[in-house]
Design a protein. Structure first.
Length: 364
């Protein structure tokens, strides 16, 4: 695939601010060695599954000092960011520090409640965002996005989840998410078909999704569908280049300019398997290069591998966003997608979303 310049990257990223609805003000909205961690086994015990999260649904309040919670948060590899022993979903939900535990087991979880819930697509429809009771990692269901041909940028809607508190300077948050993509999602050349590429998940401040305080993961169609992340709505920050884009480094090594399609060091999204993504944001002072953003991924039956690590990143914040990160946004939004582009119907599933102030054990 022809590589495009960073200038073009910025031009197509920036319209997200105009295209996505900013939430209403009242909406609540050192490199660790993780290679030996167990992850990816499916928890099939629906009876122990927690459905709600944060302050919504069947809410889970973190900070419990149960034995299971202490075990999940103590054993760790490296600096303690990645606990070494696995746990099922119910145990991970009950661990100390957990603020959000979302299982996507019931259609009631899509209802708007205390700032969380599903948001409609560009046509005002909720038909393409559903609970799927057949494809799931555990419990009774998962959240499924349907991306049909001849639909616009906000083709499926989105799911908003408050993080339970705002994470500003001097704080850290951990998040874990299970993601599965259909073969049609992975195999579609989104850059050619629609002129942009799908988002996967955003961590941001609730004042806007395309924001000063934003950490977004995408399937980057400009670079042969590899996984990348960006901050600040894709705008370059002082001392940094490539539009705030994070290319892969850690256990995966896929720098800017690599042969993305053929380089075995590049992590590319596989089809039809449940991936476990794990994130840690260590937030320094706004405007200083003392923040650290890290991300890991695990294939089924394999341990975590780090694919994002920027140990001296500069986070900027202005206006309302100075409060820090306070929201998770699940979306497959594509900035340039319009109703003239046809393609095979694609699907993305999300399950087992956890946000915590402490390290989260990998799936058992």
């Amino acid at each position: 695939m022809q590589r495009k310049s960073v200038c073009v990257l910025l031009c197509l990223m920036l319209p997200l601010a105009a295209c996505e609805r900013a939430p209403d003000a009242n909406d609540a909205d050192g490199r660790s060695d993780a290679g030996s961690l167990a992850a990816g086994a499916v928890d099939t015990d629906a009876s122990t599954r927690t459905g709600g999260g944060g302050t919504s649904g069947a809410a889970h309040s973190g900070g419990r000092s149960s034995a299971a919670g202490k075990t999940a948060g103590s054993a760790a590899g490296g600096d303690g960011s990645t606990p070494a022993s696995g746990a099922d979903f119910a145990t991970r939900c009950d661990a100390a520090g957990v603020l959000v535990c979302r299982g996507f087991d019931s259609a009631t979880e899509l209802e708007s409640s205390n700032g969380s819930g599903a948001e409609p697509d560009d046509r005002g429809s909720m038909n393409h965002l559903t609970i799927d009771g057949t494809i799931k990692t555990s419990g009774a269901g998962s959240l499924r996005f349907e991306i049909a041909g001849k639909t616009s940028s906000n083709h499926s809607g989105a799911f908003r989840q408050p993080m339970g508190k705002a994470f500003g300077p001097g704080s850290s948050f951990y998040a874990q998410l299970r993601v599965r993509l259909s073969a049609s999602f992975v195999d579609t050349d989104w850059d050619t078909v629609v002129g942009s590429y799908p988002k996967i998940v955003l961590f941001h401040h609730s004042s806007a999704t395309c924001n000063d305080i934003e950490w977004a993961q995408v399937m980057n169609g400009w670079y042969d569908n590899i996984a990348t992340m960006y901050t600040h709505c894709g705008q370059a920050q002082p001392g940094q280049s490539r539009g705030g884009m994070f290319f892969q480094e850690g256990d995966f090594t896929c720098p800017y300019g690599a042969d993305y399609a053929r380089d075995p060091g590049c992590f590319k999204y596989p089809a039809e398997v449940w991936l476990t993504f794990y994130y840690k944001a260590t937030i320094g002072q706004w405007g200083r290069n003392d923040s650290r953003l890290e991300a890991w991924v695990a294939m089924p039956g394999e341990g975590y591998k780090k694919w994002i690590d920027d140990p001296r990143y500069t986070l900027q914040a202005e206006g309302a966003s100075v409060a820090g990160f306070d929201s998770v946004y699940l979306t497959t939004y594509m900035t340039s997608k319009d109703e003239s582009a046809d393609h095979a119907t694609a699907y993305a599933w999300y399950d087992e979303l956890i946000v915590s102030t402490m390290p989260i054990a990998p799936p058992k």
